[in-house]
Design a protein around this ligand. Structure first.
Ligand SMILES: Cc1ncc(COP(=O)(O)O)c(C=O)c1O
Length: 333
């Protein structure tokens, strides 16, 4: 494991490891790191190096927390009547996130797939003493503390931070309960997988789905703007086509905003999809359903309107290429 090498390299240099932060499901690819394996590795290293501390493991589950809702859900007696493909994805993600019990802390964002306004975040720590260790014990020793050192929360409940995140999470949970939230997540997954499948199967000349295996409802597509034949991998090996594609993708996104205001809010742009892995930025688009109102008919309409928009845009671009594209700031190269 790469992490093994990295941790050993630090320990061999006499460094202390403050914390190991793992992915508990990113938005686009939703990779969930193997928490149990990392915890076993951490424990092995503590023993081997005779460490006087046990580096805590934090998992960034600000998206992936939703799979905890399915912990006791019986898909066989499923009141949600889900498609087997949706059940398969939910079960896979649920099983991966179950490893969270090996972590020391995790976080949940209720403003991500929890119907709450920004920012509604929760931090959960296994050992309450760790959390309390943030509190100092020497606050009431009469020392004269100046700005920045003052820990007012030790002295009074009065403070100037808003409680609206806490209240909105409480209201959402009280209103929907875990079964309501599960239903919402299952609906989003159904729409997301439908969009992904529909784009790939019915419109392959327009879309290449890039995050095919993501256990999440976000769909990343390459909109084929340069040629219906060019895939993501082809663009990686053809710099000229890649620059052309990126320029067109950014210009198209801006054009949608002005010319197709009905579609513009429904799609997002991903300027540098997987650039960490490929080293070459390629601009993709994001279809990220969030509304329980989005049924199959609306999903179909969205894809068709995107295709119609693309045709119109490319028609215009063919007529007056230089000024239209030149008006756009340069995309990532
Ligand atoms: C995995 C993950 N962690 C952290 C963040 C940051 O969240 P926020 O912008 O709500 O602070 C995001 C944002 O999408 C995310 O996907």
């Amino acid at each position: 494991m790469e992490l093994d090498k990295t941790l050993r390299a630090q320990l061999d240099r006499g460094r202390r490891i403050g914390c190991i932060v793992l992915s508990g499901g990113s938005t686009l690819d939703h990779n969930i790191d193997p928490v149990a394996d990392v915890a076993a590795l951490r424990d092995r290293l503590v023993q081997e190096y005779g460490l006087d501390h046990r580096p805590p493991i934090h998992v960034d589950t600000v998206n992936g927390w939703v799979w905890l809702l399915f912990r006791d859900h019986d898909f066989n007696a499923d009141p949600l009547s889900l498609d087997p493909s949706v059940i398969a994805v939910c079960e896979r993600a649920r099983d991966q996130i179950a490893e969270l019990r090996h972590a020391d802390s995790f976080a949940a964002d209720f403003h991500k797939t929890g119907l709450c306004p920004y920012a509604t975040s929760m931090y959960v720590c296994k050992n309450a003493a760790e959390l309390r260790s943030l509190h100092r014990v020497d606050v009431d020793d009469g020392r004269d503390e100046s700005f920045g050192d003052v820990h007012a929360h030790h002295m009074t409940l009065e403070n100037s931070r808003p409680a609206n995140g806490v209240v909105s999470a409480w209201a959402m949970l009280a209103k929907l309960g875990s079964s309501g939230l599960r239903r919402y997540v299952a609906m989003l997954m159904t729409q997301g997988l439908y969009l992904r499948d529909r784009a790939a199967q019915h419109y392959p000349e327009h879309f290449e789905v890039l995050n095919t295996h993501a256990n999440f409802h976000a769909t990343v597509v390459l909109l084929r703007l340069v040629s219906p034949m060019l895939d993501f991998d082809d663009l990686l090996s053809d710099d000229e086509a890649r620059h052309m594609h990126n320029r067109l993708a950014h210009a198209f996104f801006r054009w949608l905003d002005v010319e197709q205001p009905g579609i513009a809010p429904l799609i997002g742009i991903v300027p540098r999809y997987r650039v960490e892995r490929t080293g070459k930025p390629i601009t993709a688009f994001l279809l990220y359903p969030m509304s329980p109102e989005l049924d199959r008919e609306r999903c179909d309409r969205l894809l068709e309107e995107l295709i119609a928009g693309k045709r119109m845009f490319l028609g215009m671009y063919a007529r007056r290429p230089a000024p239209h594209i030149a008006a756009s700031p340069p995309p990532p190269r």
